[in-house]
Design a protein around this ligand. Sequence first.
Ligand code: PLP
Length: 396
Amino acid sequence: MDQAVIYFDNNATTRVAPEVLEAMLPFFCDRYGNPSSIHTFGGSVADDIEKARCRVADLFGASFRDREGTAAEIIFTSCGTEGDNAALNAAFAARPGRNKLVTTAVEHPAVLSCARELERRGREVVIIPVDGRGRLDMAALKAAVDENTAIVSVMWANNETGTIFPVKEAAEIAHASGALFHTDAVQAAGKVPLEVDDSCIDFLSISGHKLHAPKGVGALYVRRGVRFSPFLFGGHQERGRRGGTENVTSVIGLGKACEMALAGLDREAARLAALRDSLEQKILASIPGVHVNGDLDSRLPNTSSVSFDGIEGESILMMLNMYNICASSGSACTTGSLEPSHVMRAMGIPYTSAHGTVRFSLSGYNTQEEVDKVAEVLPPIIARLREISPYWKDGK
Ligand code: PLP
C-alpha cells in the first residue's frame, strides 16, 4: 500500500506524541536507575515520578498534595483494565458488609467482565439499562442503589458511541446511600474536563495509550480518605498500594501526555468536534440509510458511531482498509459469528443497522483533508456492498 495511513481508530489506541517520546527517552539508557535505590542515580528518578504524578492529578482536577507535595491520590497502574479491576475489588474491601455492585449495560469489558467474576464469587450485580440514544436510566440507577451497595461504577464516556454519562450526578446517588463511586474515564481523559475535586467520585481510572502515552501504563485516582486495598502485593512502591518496580519510562510519558492534554483541552475539543461534524454531515448528505448513534447532545468530540443499514461493518472496514483507512466496527467477532456489540444491543439498535456500524474516532493528528478523503471513498464502498447484500432490498 503506497497511500499514507488515515488513522480514525483513536479510541482503540493513539500514537505516542513525539514530545512524550522525547520526555521518556532519557529514562531508557541514561537515567535507568531504580527509583527505590538509595543512591542518587536511581533515587533521583523518584522525583521525576512524583512530577509525573502531579501532572496526572492536574488533568484529573485533583488538587490535593500531601506534606511532601505528592499527588498521593494517584496510583500508577499497567492499564485501564487494571485500574477498573482494582477499584471494584478495593471498594468491596472498603465497604465490608455491603455486597452489591451497580453498573451499566454499556461498560467496557474491563468493568463488565470483572463484574461477572465478582458475581461468580457471590457478589450481587445490578446492570442499569440505557435508552436508544445510549443515555443512562438515572431513575433505575437511583432505585438500584441502596444500603447494601458497596460500589457504583459508571463510565464517564462510552468507547463506542462517545456518549457522556452524568457521572457527578451518579456519584451523588451512590454517596447518598453510603456507597463508593468509580468511573472508567479511559475514553474521557484528555477529551473533556474531569474535575474530580468538584465531585463525589472516589475512584477514576485512565489508560495512557488512549491519550498519546505508551501502551502498558495507566493511573487510578483514589480519593483521599477512601480505604484502598492493593490489587498487587509486593514492595512498598506506590505507598504500598501497588507492588512492583515502577514502569518509569511509561509513567514519565503518561505525565507528559496528561500535561499536554490539559494544556490543549478546549482548543482540541473544538477542533475535533468540527472534524467529526464535518465527517458526519458529508456521510449523511451522500449516503442513504445511515444513522449516527449515541447521545448527540452529550458525547465526546472525537467519536462518531455510524450505522449503515443492510451491510456488515466488517466488510466496510475491509474495504476502507484497501485505502489504508483505519476505523473499527461496533461488532465483536467471537468464534466466527458476528454479533452486534453489547453496546448496540443495549441501545436496542435494530440488527440490520447494528451490524453495519462503524466507529470513527479522531485525534489531534487528524486533518480536514483526511475527513474529506474518507467521505469521498465511503459512498462507492457502501453502494458496492449493498449491491451484493441480501439485507438491502430497494433501498430498505
Ligand atoms: N475502558 C474503556 C472505556 C476502554 O475503551 C478501554 C480500552 O479500550 C479500557 C477500559 C481498557 O483499557 P486498557 O486497554 O488500557 O486496559
